[in-house]
Design a protein. Structure first.
Length: 94
């Protein structure tokens, strides 16, 4: 919204919120709490901490990918719709 200078209707905000909530609910199903049974032994606690560390790294990498991909797409749209200069995505014919 900030890069393109647009406003979203309430319907689009609700759709975006629903999509985000769906992704969070699906992602929570793969969390290590469901995959590793908690027991009192120190070895299993270390395994559970390692599982949570890997889960956090994976979720952080996925979130970073989504943010960077979205920013690149929005910036590309902004460049193409610029009124100062004219750009084309068509290849030049020799």
């Amino acid at each position: 919204m900030a890069l393109l200078g647009r406003k979203l209707h309430a319907r689009k905000w609700r759709a975006l919120l629903s999509l985000t909530l769906g992704v969070v609910l699906i992602s929570s199903e793969t969390s290590p709490a469901r995959a590793v049974q908690s027991t009192a032994s120190a070895a299993s606690q270390l395994l559970q901490l390692e599982a949570w560390r890997r889960y956090g790294i994976g979720m952080g990498a996925a979130a970073g990918d989504v943010i960077l991909s979205g920013f690149a797409s929005i910036y590309f749209e902004r460049v193409l719709k610029s009124v100062d200069e004219t750009y084309s995505v068509r290849s030049a014919s020799p």
